[in-house]
Design a protein around this ligand. Structure first.
Ligand code: ADP
Length: 328
């Protein structure tokens, strides 16, 4: 079904991730290519409620494909959680003649978008922008690949100093609910152990593994810990525990924190963002709504946002097995 949408809005919302700018660029350029007006909404749903709109054309997004963060700024907006706030946003969109919007964000932003769609029958399409890779309906979210590379780079550097001093490092990476960053970065950087929210390794096994590692002659050890690891101890508690039970180890902690969210997007994220932006605009113009753009088996696909919100992409069991073998 074709629509008579003449103007499309794009916004970034919630936690930022590398690749958001490339996705904004793609939405804006696709609109220009298809001769549809495009409007940027600044500061997420806050800007939608306040009518913080700026017309965009193909030249407005020059030289941003390689930039981290989001030129549109992002925000967390409490007012949008209320029916009154959403009504104000709806009135602003209608006054501006906007016929649909593309929201680039995480599950919270999608929850807002789907509620808005259901309340006002307003066309919305989501692009998953979050480094955690925790959204169902897409194998990769925008920013995951960049964050992964950032983490691997950081661990490589830490390993240099760890091996110079025969140290054990606990490195905390992002991932409260899912361990995609920890598992993939751990395998890529050759970590001795990887602690993730999905699997409980157990403290005993951790100690055994570290003992084995020491015995086998390794000069340093890296343990990658996802924020929400299932053992339930944070990196500082783990350090204390290991120091108490394995005094042979000189233990250090490194929390990578927000550096994981920044930096120039990788080629993979730029290409993914470009593909997702095209699909998002085309979907709106075809009369599709309440859907999220994702990538599955290398193909760009659409999934109902309500389904995308139902769960997380499961951790790759085969990769866990590979990791177990590699840490021998
Ligand atoms: P992310 O999109 O990164 O998960 P948040 O969870 O902070 O980030 O969500 C971003 C914004 O989406 C929130 O600040 C709020 O404005 C909106 N939002 C989140 N959950 C809801 C909800 N249940 N209903 C309406 N709006 C929501």
């Amino acid at each position: 079904m074709a629509t008579n949408i003449k103007k499309i809005a794009v916004l970034t919302s919630g936690g930022d991730s590398p690749g958001m700018n490339a996705a904004i660029r793609s939405v804006v350029r696709t609109c220009a290519f298809l001769d549809v007006e495009c409007v940027a909404i600044y500061r997420g749903y806050d800007g939608m409620i306040e009518g913080d709109f700026v017309p965009m054309n193909a030249r407005s997004v020059n030289n941003i494909i390689n930039k981290g963060g989001t030129i549109l700024k992002s925000a967390r907006c409490e007012e949008f959680r209320t029916p009154e706030g959403r009504k104000l946003a709806y009135d602003q969109l209608i006054a501006e003649g906007i016929g649909g919007f593309v929201v680039i964000g995480g599950d919270g932003s999608f929850r807002g978008a789907t509620t808005f769609n259901e309340e006002f029958d307003f066309p919305v399409i989501g692009i998953p922008g979050t480094i955690d890779n925790d959204i169902f309906g897409t194998r990769y979210t925008l920013g995951f690949d960049t964050a992964l590379n950032t983490v691997v780079d950081a661990i490589d550097k830490i390993r240099d100093t760890a091996s110079s001093h025969n140290r054990l490092f606990f490195i905390e990476v992002m991932g409260r609910d899912v361990g995609h960053i920890a598992l993939n970065a751990g395998v890529a950087a050759g970590a001795e152990e990887i602690l993730i929210p999905e699997e409980n390794l157990g403290l005993e096994r951790l100690l055994d593994s570290l003992k084995r590692s020491k015995k086998s002659g390794k000069s340093s050890s890296i343990v990658v810990v996802a924020e929400g690891d299932k053992i339930g101890k944070n990196v500082f508690e783990l350090k204390e525990y290991v120091e108490e039970h394995l005094p042979i180890y000189d233990v250090r902690v490194s929390v990578l924190g927000h550096m994981q969210r920044g930096g120039a997007p990788t080629a993979f994220d730029r290409v993914l963002a470009s593909r997702m932006g095209v699909k998002a605009v085309e979907a709106l113009l075809e009369g599709k709504t309440n859907l999220m753009v994702g990538i599955m088996d290398s193909k760009i696909v659409l999934t109902p946002i309500t389904e995308a919100l139902r769960g997380h992409t499961k951790i790759d069991k085969e990769l866990i097995r590979v990791s177990d073998i590699m840490t021998t």
